[in-house]
Design a protein around this ligand. Structure first.
Ligand code: SAH
Ligand code: SF4
Length: 387
């Protein structure tokens, strides 16, 4: 249940549910709630600060609120139920994959990569320039359980679409990891990538509500957040109109509609050109580029002729772009092969030689099934691939 639904019974004066979760409610919703308790609006800010900055786990511990108010709220069934890490998998490369449980006990996957994976380079976020004394890390966040888009090379697709995550469940993954890693927001350089399980733009409202909580309430920098989409054009256009928004990455993965349709059936709905034109609507910040993500599949899209076509797309785009190359990570039951390392290098060199900034993302956490496209809530049923 999303936080919004939680609030409805109390607002309508109907029978209230047994418990209602404060975590994930927007500033406006909390303000309305405080008014119902005859409290000034700034109490909403105190609650948000407790949940998103102090990362307080229970209402009882929000000492900035009067004790009587806390008791009244608890009597009415209000709780702080932030998502919790229930299982951790450690990779030999330092990556950690977490199962994070929401109120209903269902788990989603979140990944912590100390030092990131190289995909942050050249994006103008300043991430590379971490100074002495500050830590760096990238958190990969899920937006849905499973995914309906059905890209042929992706393990998450095999789960099918199970359900959307609420804003609290999306933002809560980040808060849980910040707490686990003892991150000091403001000092440490933390990147967020909405590239975990799911298609963020098929859960747009909850995704963007989570972004607002993370930027406005937790104090994370929007310029260090990236949302990745398989090319949902209405979502790209909505993003272009947002006051607060992450940077945009498009999972292009093919240099023409023919190849793309074979590996990403969503191409039947929106062609490459439409997707790129929509991305051109974003009012970019200084030094910001749109990222084309490109998963290299051995023998499918990794030839130099494909690199040449990709150069043409990048040159014709109405906005500055950079390319992030990802060598395909294998998964059981998926009939592709990894590209040859020399092919990957040649592909990258061709892009660079023709003036297109191109970066190679290091696979992180492959041994614990944490790498791109491997998130499937794998616990024991799949033997990890060798690094
Ligand atoms: N659904 C969104 C975000 C999550 S997927 C999207 O598709 O953009 C994040 C990235 O992982 C995408 O660029 C996707 O193309 C890539 N990916 C999926 N499966 C992969 C695999 N097996 N190996 C490498 N990258 C993969
Ligand atoms: Fe969904 Fe992204 Fe995987 Fe495609 S690559 S199935 S959009 S998670």
């Amino acid at each position: 249940m999303s936080g919004r639904e939680n609030l409805v019974p109390l607002l309508d004066g109907e029978a209230k549910p047994a418990v209602s979760n404060l975590f994930g409610l927007s500033r406006q919703q909390l303000t309305d709630l405080m008014l119902q308790f005859r409290q000034p609006a700034y109490r909403a800010g105190q609650l948000l600060q407790a949940m998103f900055q102090q990362r307080t786990a229970s209402l009882d511990q929000v000492h900035t609120l009067p004790r009587e108010l806390r008791t009244d709220m608890a009597d009415q069934g209000w709780i702080i139920a932030a998502p919790r890490i229930v299982e951790t998998f450690h990779s030999i490369d330092g990556t950690e994959r977490y199962l994070v449980a929401g109120q209903d006990g269902q788990t989603v996957e979140t990944v912590w990569m100390p030092d990131g994976d190289g995909g942050e380079q050249g994006d103008g976020s300043g991430y590379e320039a971490a100074s002495a004394g500050s830590r760096r890390g990238t958190i990969c966040v899920s937006s849905q359980i499973g995914c309906a888009v059905n890209c042929q090379f992706c393990l998450t697709a095999k789960m099918g679409m199970q359900r959307n995550l609420s804003a609290g469940e999306i933002a809560g993954q980040v808060i849980a990891v910040l707490e686990r890693q003892a991150v000091q927001v403001g000092r440490d350089r933390i990147n967020l990538v909405f590239m975990g399980m799911g298609e963020p733009f098929l859960n747009y409202d909850e995704f963007i509500a989570a972004v607002r909580l993370l930027v406005n309430e937790a104090g994370l920098a929007e310029s260090r957040m990236t949302v990745s989409t398989s090319g949902i054009v209405p979502g790209i256009l909505r993003l272009a109109g947002e006051q607060v928004r992450p940077r945009l990455a498009i999972s292009l993965n093919a240099p023409n509609d023919g190849i793309r349709e074979a590996i990403m059936p969503i191409t039947r709905k929106w062609k490459i050109d439409e997707v790129i034109q929509a991305a051109g609507q974003l009012p970019l910040r200084p030094r910001e580029r749109v990222t084309f993500e490109y998963v290299l599949l051995g023998g499918v899209n990794d030839g130099l002729q494909h690199a040449n076509e990709l150069v043409s797309l990048a040159r014709a785009a109405p906005m500055p772009v950079k390319v992030n190359l990802i060598a395909w990570n294998p998964g059981p039951g998926i009939g592709y092969t990894m590209p040859e390392p020399q092919q990957v290098a040649a592909f990258q060199q061709r892009l660079i030689a023709r003036g297109v900034p191109a970066f190679l993302r290091r696979p992180r956490g492959r041994d614990i099934y944490a790498a791109c496209g491997q998130l499937k809530r794998t616990v024991k049923e799949i033997q990890p691939a060798a690094l």
